[in-house]
Design a protein around this ligand. Structure first.
Ligand SMILES: C[S@@+](CC[C@H](N)C(=O)[O-])C[C@H]1O[C@@H](n2cnc3c(N)ncnc32)[C@H](O)[C@@H]1O
Length: 230
């Protein structure tokens, strides 16, 4: 092991012991197994602040019983880990779905303790290919659970947002985040402001809409349900 790796490993080991936290141990192991810079980005201050904001507003407006949660465009499963390590959300089970096949092994490593407990799994799929039926959701040959909550904090990355949104089932709670960070080349679907986000994702039963100002951009969030028969 490189001297620098040993240095950070020792610090994270100490923190894991002090905070009695398997999450910190799983972050330490993932950073050693997958030394990719994107993992640092996924856990950086802005990304974490955006997800903690989501957890607080979701708990205030919906409560802690989440049930079956699908995190769409879920990247390395940080949001799933934050939910499952938060004692307010005791009942959640998370499926993390991402198009990029390199994400699933990292997400399952970052959530190793949650995988052991049967609370977390990761799948590779284009979320535009998911078909929602009454009792489950299907992508290719794979049948996934029927979600109680669909979370997508990667709306700014979707190149055909309208097609994706059209295919979502009514009745399911939706938690959506986007942003105005247009200078990132991967952001093909930014919104100018909260009103533009509401227009892009029209929700009949809106229970929360707000913005979080960060140093480089503003993140927007909508929580609600689509109109239609449940
Ligand atoms: C950079 S990351 C996430 C950033 C985001 N702000 C967050 O943490 O929630 C965006 C992710 O969306 C995924 N993604 C983009 N389009 C997708 C699609 N059609 N289906 C599934 N995942 C998609 C990418 O593979 C990537 O992992």
């Amino acid at each position: 092991m490189l001297k620098k790796d040993q240095f950070y490993k020792d610090i994270l080991d100490g923190l894991s012991l002090f905070y009695d936290s398997r999450f910190i141990t799983d972050i330490r192991n993932s950073a050693l197994r997958f030394p990719v810079s994107q993992l640092g980005n996924a856990l950086n201050r802005r990304q974490t602040a955006s997800k903690l904001w989501l957890l607080d507003r979701l708990f205030e407006n919906h409560g802690g019983e989440l049930g079956e949660v699908h995190v769409l465009g879920g990247w390395y499963g940080v949001l799933g880990a934050l939910i499952l390590h938060d004692p307010r959300f005791a009942e959640a089970r998370i499926t993390n779905i991402d198009l990029d096949p390199s994400c699933a092994p990292i997400a399952e490593s970052l959530n190793a303790v949650n995988v052991e407990r049967g609370l977390f799994c990761a799948a590779t799929a284009d979320i535009l290919d998911i078909r929602y039926t009454g009792s489950n959701s299907v992508v290719g040959d794979t049948t996934l659970s029927a979600p109680d909550i669909l979370i997508n904090t990667s709306c700014e990355h979707l190149n055909d947002f309208a097609a994706w949104f059209d295919g979502l089932p009514p009745g399911v709670l939706l938690v959506l985040q986007s942003n105005d960070y247009v200078s990132e080349t991967e952001h093909v679907n930014c919104v100018e402001d909260l009103e533009a986000f509401k227009a892009q994702a029209p929700l009949a039963h809106l229970i929360y809409a707000g913005g979080l100002e960060l140093d480089k951009y503003t993140r927007f969030m909508l929580i609600g349900r689509k109109l239609g028969d449940v």
